[in-house]
Design a protein around this ligand. Structure first.
Ligand code: ZN
Length: 67
């Protein structure tokens, strides 16, 4: 992957540098978001990208929860 492209922290789709949003948390964690949709889902709605079909992280059939 090129230096100019980062994977979106939520949906894992490539984000070209200069587009999308970069968010640095106080603890130094860097998030890249391709859109405000991803940002909202991660930070406001706190959704799991593996449960959402429109993300590249989606796990078919859902995540297996360990009991
Ligand atoms: Zn995204």
């Amino acid at each position: 992957m090129s230096v100019l492209v980062k994977p979106c922290s939520f949906c894992n789709k490539p984000v070209a540098k200069g587009s999308g949003t970069m968010l640095v948390k106080n603890d130094g964690t860097v998030f890249w978001f391709c859109s405000s949709k991803c940002k909202k889902n991660m930070l406001v709605l706190k959704r799991d990208p593996r449960r959402l079909k429109w993300t590249n992280r989606y796990v078919k059939g859902g995540i297996k929860v360990k009991k």
